[in-house]
Design a protein around this ligand. Structure first.
Ligand code: GRG
Length: 303
């Protein structure tokens, strides 16, 4: 990767600010509206994908790509693709048929700002465009690498990953799940996409097996710690901080890590997972410092 992204000793705050700027710039370019009547769906896609968010998944893609010196342009294509899938999942999750939420990223949700049918289409448009972006030659010169990225993102986002996790989450509204089942649901719902973000750099670089195993281990623990932090924010955070309604899980009577373990044990579990995540990065030595910082950021965050 070129030096233009961030310097070697950049803090997570600096790298995150650069990530937001570059990801939003490529998303804005990829989502440019055509002149026809279909411009409305592009407007809705832009509205949600460019709304202020942490861009955590793009940051993980860029940081993992940098470990291997992957070209900036390739990494940014993947960063844009994963943020499109993430934005689609938030749009559909907020629909009346799912969480029925009015607020996301501090703004009215997509179906409130547009309408339900447009929100469904905006999600569909973002999901499908993500794969168009991954399969574009700008993403990588080698078609086998592009194909591996497409297969990995499809597996992470689909019924064996995020969609399957969301299905179990809906079932959890009417059925009490125990800790093991909740762990599996969260690994699928949020962990799978986070794992793809962490592995993307290794795929782009055709990295050796041990590097992939290290990143996979890091992602596995990071994803779960991220979800516990999200559950803690749902209990302890405010709508001003998170940009979305809080207390939703408790109101729906849904079992979460926090409802089962309690606040203190849940926080201790998240700390343990972050320490484990960081230990998986040892083989990368100093080069993984940013990923280590991201791990801390994930559980210290207030948004
Ligand atoms: C509808 C197929 C489908 C899936 C939805 C990810 C998801 C599955 C729903 C989102 C609901 C939710 C609040 C999950 C908790 C973890 C999570 C994904 C939080 C939002 O991600 P952040 O914190 O958001 O990275 P920003 O806005 O910063 O990008």
């Amino acid at each position: 990767m070129t030096d233009s992204l961030w310097h070697d000793s950049a803090t997570v705050e600096e790298a995150s600010a650069v990530t937001v700027k570059l990801t939003d710039s490529i998303l804005g370019r990829l989502l440019t509206s055509p002149p026809g009547l279909e411009a409305r769906v592009y407007d809705a896609m832009c509205y949600s994908a460019l709304a202020p968010g942490k861009r955590l998944r793009p940051l993980l893609v860029l940081a993992s790509a940098r470990l291997f010196g992957v070209a900036e342009r390739s990494a940014l294509q993947v960063a844009a693709a994963i943020e499109m899938v993430h934005a689609y999942s938030l749009i559909h999750d907020d629909l009346p048929a799912m969480d029925n939420s009015d607020l996301r990223r501090g703004r009215p949700t997509c179906h409130k700002a547009f309408d339900e049918a447009t929100a469904v289409l905006a999600g569909d448009g973002l999901l499908t465009m993500a794969f168009e972006v991954l399969s574009h030659p700008d993403t990588h010169g080698d078609p086998a690498v592009r194909c591996e990225l497409v297969a990995a993102l499809a597996a992470a986002a689909g019924a064996a990953g995020m969609v399957g996790g969301q299905m179990i989450d809906l079932i959890a509204e009417t059925q009490t799940l125990e800790l093991g089942a909740i762990t599996r649901l969260q690994r699928m719902k949020t962990g799978a996409l986070i794992a793809f973000a962490c592995e993307a750099g290794a795929i782009l670089a055709k990295a050796p097996h041990d590097a992939r195993v290290g990143l996979r281990g890091y992602a596995h623990d990071l994803g779960l710690a991220f979800q516990i932090a999200d559950d803690l924010l749902d209990v302890e955070g405010s709508a001003e901080e998170t940009g979305k309604p809080v207390g939703a899980d408790a109101a729906a009577g849904k079992a979460t890590f926090v409802s089962i373990l309690g606040v203190e044990r849940a926080r201790a579990q998240a700390e343990l997972l972050i320490n484990q995540a960081v230990a998986h990065l040892d083989l990368f030595e100093q080069r993984a410092e940013l990923l280590r910082q991201v791990a801390r950021f994930v559980i210290d965050r207030r948004t």
